[in-house]
Design a protein around this ligand. Structure first.
Ligand code: PRP
Ligand code: ADE
Length: 171
């Protein structure tokens, strides 16, 4: 099966096998299929409808925005430090190849809004755990976390125990 995911060894640092999604993005049929599949579990009538989709900068924006449009709901950007113009809450976290800080606007959701968190890759789960925590800090109910790719050997799903986690492609 053509996935549009390409392996790049030793990027961005030695020992990391990087899952490059750019071939998938360049193929409109594969890209549309991925967005449609990520949206499917949350379509009207699914019982898992959401009010908002959130995505983590940068690759999470691509799929998050697509899924938000597919579901007819708004999109909340979770950005790397210093990029959001209004008052924010922030979290420092570690990911497979480093550390970073992400932020979300403190008024990004209304209290109790049901949010689907989207990202391209679930690796160690550090990013997703921090992002879900930020969304909850500003009043969201994080209904599910969905990923295009899950690197199962890095244990991200265990780190997110107790949360609804869905991934399309498992490595
Ligand atoms: O599960 P983890 O170990 O936390 O890794 C997953 C995160 O790593 C990548 O983001 P990156 O910070 O490289 O940013 P980018 O989207 O700007 O490339 C990816 O898009 C996820 O957000
Ligand atoms: N191995 C990997 N490939 C692509 N994105 C990632 N984010 C964290 N680990 C990654």
């Amino acid at each position: 099966m053509e996935t549009g995911i390409r392996d790049i060894p030793d990027y961005p640092s030695p020992g990391i096998l990087f899952k490059d999604i750019t071939p998938l993005l360049a193929d409109p049929a594969l890209f549309a299929k991925a967005v449609d599949a990520l949206a499917a579990a949350h379509r009207p009538g699914s019982g898992a409808e959401v009010d908002v989709v959130a995505g983590v900068e940068a690759r999470g924006f691509i799929f998050g925005a697509g899924v938000a449009l597919a579901l007819g709901v708004g999109f909340v950007p979770i950005r790397k430090k210093g990029k959001l113009p209004y008052a924010t809450v922030s979290a420092e976290y570690t990911l497979e190849y480093g550390t970073a800080v992400i932020e979300v606007h403190e008024d990004a959701v209304r209290p109790g809004q049901r949010v689907l968190l989207l990202d391209d890759v679930l690796a160690t789960g550090g990013t997703a755990e921090a992002a879900a925590g930020l969304l909850e800090q500003v009043g969201a109910e994080v209904v599910a976390l969905s990923f295009l790719v899950e690197l199962g050997f890095l244990g991200g799903r265990d780190r997110l125990a107790g949360r609804q986690v869905n991934s399309l492609l498992h490595y």
